[in-house]
Design a binder for this molecule. Structure first.
Ligand code: PLP
Length: 396
């Protein structure tokens, strides 16, 4: 059996139609498959590779830390410098109230930890989430997912979770003194990059304050410069009580985090003791990689150019078949007349050397989320490939 057949035979699938490309190398904004074909990466591992693939500084940090030590002990017992240093770096770029980091292995685990923390701190169980929300695939996070199609087969899920339309005022009335938390993506990812009106977020913040409800912002995709500022909430005039990070947090290594105030976070260490535990969360190699990536991100100046790149894409991605564009920095979705047409365009783009796909709740939208370091000439090539691919599909 060749590698493709072994992949199909021995790896659990997540869909009936995986991309099925065998990638052998990745560097910067490019991926190469086994035949030597080069692809521009317009997904960046779903906003993981914000500084591009295999950045030499990150590779070096991984190698050095792996040579020093890898796993030593479960989370939270030993003082491990890459973990402490990264927590320090993160919190130094966050509002002062967000001064305590709980590192996890993944975004979903960050969501789980935050849900538990909200219950523990407030003594309440009601939670509010949104239609078309995605916060992870574990049972608790899945209870928050904003569409019944994805929940139905896994019921019973967590009780006491109420879903409301994202961006609409009707949620405000539902936030009351029995609500533990409101959890939402600062910019909603899988509905096709939906940026809310900041006023709506400010109203939610106000209602949370008035009722003692914790506001959890999920920036697992939106964080690390994707929307043009280090954190998307900086553009919204609010700050969360708990921030969820993942994806780019690990610089290409698996890492998630929920971040809150020290006072709140400490409540996970008593009643019960070990209120939240993990073996590998905050792995020292992941933290070394994540910290190196964040330092590169901050020193490269690429976040400052995100809005400019967004403007260029919005100006140049003009085609009669593109019905609408939603965007938030170097992150956007192009809407086509149907999901079938979008799939055809996506496949044509891949054929033409541009790796892209669609969105969980918006199969009629094409994803644009390149590494933020993408050069102007490559961005021009991206636009040309998309427009050519649309032409090839629509005139075929
Ligand atoms: N939250 C958001 C907004 C996400 O996009 C994702 C993953 O796609 C998650 C949470 C879950 O992260 P992970 O896949 O690392 O569990």
């Amino acid at each position: 059996m060749n590698l493709r057949q072994l992949f199909q035979q021995h790896l659990a699938p997540t869909s009936p139609a995986p991309m099925n490309l065998e990638m052998v190398r990745a560097e910067g904004v490019y991926l190469w498959d086994a035949s030597g074909k080069r692809y521009i990466d317009l997904i960046a591992g779903f906003s993981v590779s914000n500084i591009g693939h295999s950045h030499p500084t990150v590779v070096q940090a991984v190698q050095e830390q792996a040579a020093r030590y890898m796993h030593l002990m479960v989370y939270g017992e030993l003082i491990q410098s890459p973990v402490v240093s990264y927590a320090r770096l993160l919190t130094s770029h966050l509002p002062t109230e967000l001064d305590c980091v709980y590192f996890t292995n993944s975004g979903a685990e960050a969501t789980e930890g935050a849900m538990k923390l909200a219950k523990r701190v407030t003594g309440r169980t009601k939670m509010i989430a949104f239609h078309h929300a995605y916060h992870g695939s574990t049972q608790g996070a899945l209870s928050l997912i904003g569409d019944e199609y994805w929940r139905r087969s896994f019921r019973p899920l967590l009780p006491g979770i109420y879903h409301f339309p994202y961006g609409k005022e009707e949620v405000l009335e539902a936030i009351d003194q029995s609500t533990a938390c409101v959890i939402l993506e600062t910019v909603q990812a899988e509905s096709g990059v939906t940026a809310p009106d900041p006023t709506w977020l400010q109203q939610i913040r106000k209602k949370c304050d008035a009722t003692g409800t914790l506001l959890i912002l999920d920036e697992i995709q939106a964080g690390f410069g994707r929307t043009g500022t280090l954190w998307a909430f900086e553009q919204m005039g609010i700050q969360p009580d708990i921030l969820l990070l993942g994806k780019a947090l690990g610089g290409g290594m698996p890492l998630g985090a929920f971040i809150a105030s020290k006072d709140r976070m400490h409540q996970l260490s008593y009643q019960p003791v070990l209120g939240h535990i993990t073996t590998f969360g905050g792995h020292p190699v992941s933290c070394a990689a994540g910290m190196a990536a964040m330092e590169v991100l901050l020193s490269s100046g690429c976040i400052d150019r995100v809005k400019e790149k967004e403007k260029f894409l919005l100006q140049t991605l003009q085609h009669p078949a593109i019905q609408a564009i939603q965007s938030a920095g170097c992150w956007m979705s192009l809407q086509f007349a149907s999901s079938t047409l979008n799939q055809q365009v996506v496949h044509q783009c891949v054929k033409n050397g541009l790796l892209t796909d669609w969105f969980i709740f918006a199969p009629d939208r094409l994803r644009i989320a390149p590494p933020l370091t993408i050069e102007d000439e490559v961005l021009e090539e991206v636009v040309q490939i998309i427009l050519r691919s649309i032409d090839e599909v629509t005139t075929a």
